[in-house]
Design a protein around this ligand. Structure first.
Ligand SMILES: [Zn+2]
Length: 354
């Protein structure tokens, strides 16, 4: 991209910590939120009211490293002029990917409609991937320029066949991410790939919204989280229960809440009462009537009541396939549970073996 002249070098003023002698990343500037008055808002976001901020908007900004009042200093960075990619993004994303999830498509459309700003792809920092240019002393690559390239280099580390995954036309590239990273995976990274050429573009980015815990935002720093290692220790061999509940409550279309009450209800009311019951009855009957083996299907011994359940099974398979292929995993799992429910009803009605 640099060789093609696709970056703009621009001077700007940024907050600098004169005690620590460093430019401050947005996250390292704290101050009062102009929107809600929270005095611990960060230079990129207020975690109390959720407003996206720039460091200039903070009232009484301070350095999170030294508590010093930061000063403005001139610095130069390489920018990606995203406005240049708007016509292409309109064609590829807005026209070409209307099938993407509403929450993802809507966010992208609103950014593109508002007009994309140039974004600096370098930072002043003592750590990070150094910008490989002679006039770039002290500059590193912006994390969201660098991180997706890391997806490619990680594949390259893994296999000499990496091009099969990134450059072959029939490759299906899918990014599974959270909603706070939509802009990087739907707009910036695809624009980078398009600008470079020769790489496949994401076919879908089925981003999820946020999962809260008992009504509050999950926070590892405040220890408000379900730690998987503790879960596995406290509930040995119950990984599938957690997988099931996480899929059933996944915030696929809007923020959702994980509660232990719901975990209990789904375990007892769905996994045990419906699914476990169905599997158990089937196994017992198979041993009692069929010598422990699934017997071959005999079309000539079925009757009208069987036709209904066979039709249900065939349509369920189709529905589950469609849901999985369009990344609606909750729906797929609910349909799967429905098969068990119908199976129980069938066994109840027919009473085989009695
Ligand atoms: Zn706020």
């Amino acid at each position: 991209m640099y060789d093609k002249g696709l970056f703009e070098k621009k001077e700007s003023e940024q907050y600098y910590d004169e005690i620590k002698n460093v430019f401050l990343a947005d996250r390292y500037i704290v101050g009062t939120c102009p929107n809600c008055g929270n005095d611990r808002a960060y230079g990129d976001q207020c975690e109390v009211c959720g407003t996206t901020l720039s460091p200039e908007e903070l009232i009484n900004p301070r350095s999170a490293l030294s508590d010093a009042v930061p000063v403005k200093r001139k610095t130069e960075h390489w920018y990606m002029p995203l406005a240049n990619y708007e016509p292409w993004l309109k064609e590829w994303l807005i026209e070409g990917h209307k099938e993407w999830k509403n929450n993802v498509y809507g966010q992208c459309k609103s950014w593109i409609d508002t007009g994309l700003q140039s974004r600096a792809m370098t930072r002043d920092s003592s750590w990070g991937i150094k910008v490989p240019l002679p006039d770039a002393e002290g500059k590193v690559l912006y994390v969201w320029f660098d991180a997706p390239i890391g997806y490619i280099s990680a594949t390259k580390e893994l296999t000499p066949d990496w091009e099969k995954y990134w450059c072959q036309e029939d490759t299906k590239l899918v990014h599974f991410i959270g909603k706070d990273n939509i802009v990087f995976h739907c707009i910036i990274f695809p624009s980078m790939l398009h600008a470079h050429g020769g790489f496949v573009l994401p076919e879908n980015v089925p981003a999820n919204e946020f999962l809260n815990l008992e009504g509050e935002k999950i926070s590892t720093s405040r220890n408000w989280a379900v730690w998987v290692d503790e879960y596995v220790r406290d509930f040995p061999d119950q990984q599938d229960v957690l997988r099931y509940v996480l899929c059933a409550t996944a915030p696929e279309t809007k923020d959702n809440d994980f509660t232990w009450k719901d975990f209990q209800a789904r375990n007892n009311g769905e996994l045990v009462a419906i699914f476990g019951n169905f599997v158990n009855r089937t196994m017992v009957l198979m041993h009692k009537l069929c010598g422990g083996k699934v017997p071959p299907f005999h079309a000539d011994i079925k009757d009208d009541k069987d036709d209904a359940i066979i039709a249900m099974l065939q349509s369920a398979k189709q529905k589950i396939t469609e849901s999985l292929e369009s990344y609606r995993f909750r729906e797929a799992q609910a349909e799967m549970m429905n098969v068990a429910r119908e199976g129980n009803r069938y066994l109840q009605e027919r009473e085989p073996g009695s």
